[in-house]
Write a protein that binds this ligand. Structure first.
Ligand SMILES: O=P(O)(O)OC[C@H]1O[C@H](OP(=O)(O)OP(=O)(O)O)[C@H](O)[C@@H]1O
Ligand code: HPA
Ligand SMILES: [Mg+2]
Length: 175
């Protein structure tokens, strides 16, 4: 309709960009593991795919955990969040390891934003420890351990979603 503002996606609403390099991400995952090492030991690591796969691999390597499971949840179509879809649940073997409630299990994701994804996994495993590398204020109360908080209006660009590209000089109007 004429005069109606177009709907903004999460990144457009966010405005601020927080690009993370592979080196920085690896350092932040190691820092996360230092904290988790005080809380464990853990019987298994559960990665929330796909974003949780990379931090889960690094954390599991550092903690010496070799049992890794996934819970596959999709909600964002690029930067716009839709309904949460559980494409694959936690395996029976992992559920058994966590005594049915997740005790002694570690859930890993790259970040919490609104907290919708984290809330859904916490419902599946209420006694598990939930760790993310980054957290935004809305999702932060759901996380037990994280490393860096960014403001709600920041969009985090992960290294697997980005590539090096030309950036025009500031004097030519680059932000
Ligand atoms: O706290 P929320 O607002 O729920 O957002 C956080 C979730 O969103 C992203 O996953 P996404 O659904 O984009 O899927 P992906 O991991 O496959 O990229 C991110 O990896 C988290 O899992
Ligand atoms: O800030 C973000 N960056 C990348 N993926 C995301 N999914 C939800 N929030 C974000
Ligand atoms: Mg994800």
């Amino acid at each position: 309709m004429a005069g109606e503002a177009p709907e903004l996606n999460a990144q457009e609403k966010a405005g601020k960009a927080f690009p993370v390099s592979w080196d920085q991400f690896h350092r932040d995952c190691r820092a996360l593991t230092w904290r988790l090492n005080e809380v464990g030991p853990f019987h298994a690591v559960i990665a929330i795919t796909r974003g949780g796969l990379v931090p889960a691999a690094i954390v599991a390597r550092e903690l010496g955990v070799r049992v890794i499971d996934t819970v596959c949840i999709a909600s964002y179509d690029h930067t716009k969040q839709g309904e949460l879809q559980v494409l694959k649940g936690i395996s029976d073997a992992t559920m058994k390891l966590g005594g049915g409630t997740g005790k002694g299990l570690l859930i890993v994701d790259d970040l919490v934003d609104t907290g919708k994804t984290g809330r859904m996994v916490r419902k599946m495993l209420p006694d598990a420890h939930f760790a993310t590398v980054y957290a935004k204020p809305m999702g932060r109360p759901l996380v037990d351990t994280f490393i860096t908080e960014v403001s709600q209006d920041t969009w985090i660009f992960f290294p697997w979603d980005t590539a090096l590209s030309y950036h025009p000089p500031l004097r030519d109007g680059a932000a």
